[in-house]
Design a protein around this ligand. Structure first.
Ligand SMILES: [Cu+2]
Length: 313
């Protein structure tokens, strides 16, 4: 009687079962192998983009290593048990164990210990990730173009100085406003100098977006009516050439979400200043052209505003 009950289960009688399993497996392999889905294969993307990104990467690797230890421990114990105690022909039913207090206390305490270790490491490292550092030597000399950074969430860099940029998410572009006396802004591309601590004040003017350049740190939500802060500092490379870092809006924000890209271009400080001067000049010229065309229109049709305006006059 017992023997009959322990007979192995018959294979799944549905003919499509195996095929479905194989297809599902192949699909998973494709997903894992898709280059676009990979950052640094096992860890977050990090290309010495910024100290906070490095901190996130290190923290991830520590937790990942602990996870591997637990995974291997569980899987090896499982495989050993499955093989050693597998059912054999004519063997009696195995002992049914209903509880083992020392063992249960052991694995609960071990899991709690792991959590304590992870929490401790995280709180030790969190400061370096969250708080802006000072600019490195060789960064942009932060004179008039610098605003003192004061915020409730994010402390000022130790030097008290940073290049503070206002980031505004919109369906479907990013606008960047730079500090300084002259109006200076850019769309899509954020241009910054090497070795300079850049602090960002991130908001949105329509729906919730998320500003994220994986190489430069964690993602930060852009929400209407609220300002979030983050920072980065891009070290200058050995060859001193321009570096660029791609990112994409990380919050489903509408039908154009897939095209909601952005890019950070990092330049040597002198080139950054030259870019800023050119960009400010172009903005000024465009503004003057607008004023010019308005004046020309008004000269040609002096009463046009009255005709169009109606009640105002
Ligand atoms: Cu978006």
């Amino acid at each position: 009687m017992i023997r009959r009950r322990l007979r192995p289960l018959r294979p799944d009688p549905r003919p499509g079962g195996l095929l479905t399993l194989v297809l599902l497996g192949a699909w998973m392999v494709l997903l894992v192998a898709a280059p676009g889905a990979l950052a640094d294969v096992f860890t977050p993307e990090s290309d010495s983009g910024s100290p906070n990104a490095e901190g996130i990467d290190t923290l991830y690797k520590i937790v990942f290593a602990l996870g591997i230890v637990v995974f291997l421990g569980v899987e090896i114990a499982l495989a050993y048990t499955l093989i050693k105690y597998r059912m054999k022909r004519r063997s009696p039913a195995p002992a049914q164990i209903r509880g083992n207090t020392p063992l249960e206390i052991g694995w609960t305490a071990a899991a709690a210990g792991l959590l304590v270790i992870i929490a401790t490491v995280m709180f030790v490292m969190l400061g370096d990730i969250k708080n802006p550092v000072s600019s490195a030597p060789g960064g942009l000399p932060l004179g008039s173009a610098v605003t003192q950074f004061a915020s409730t969430d994010q402390p000022a860099p130790p030097s008290g100085k940073s290049l503070e940029i206002e980031v505004n998410g919109q369906q479907y572009l990013w606008r960047y406003d730079y500090p300084g006396e002259e109006r200076l802004f850019s769309y899509h591309d954020l241009v910054v100098p090497f070795d300079t601590t850049v602090t960002l004040k991130i908001t949105s003017q329509d729906v919730v977006h998320s500003w994220w350049i994986p190489d430069l740190g964690g993602k930060m939500d852009a929400m209407p009516g609220h300002e979030n802060e983050t920072w980065f500092r891009i070290p200058s490379p050995a060859d001193g050439k321009e570096r660029s870092f791609l990112g994409e809006c990380a919050e489903l924000c509408g039908e154009g979400h897939a095209d909601h890209y952005t890019r950070v271009r990092a330049l040597p400080p002198a080139q950054y200043e030259a870019w800023a001067a050119r960009q400010a000049e172009a903005i000024r010229e465009a503004q003057e052209q607008l004023a010019e065309s308005r004046r020309a229109r008004e000269a040609a049709e002096p009463t046009s505003t009255e005709i169009g305006g109606g009640e105002g006059s």
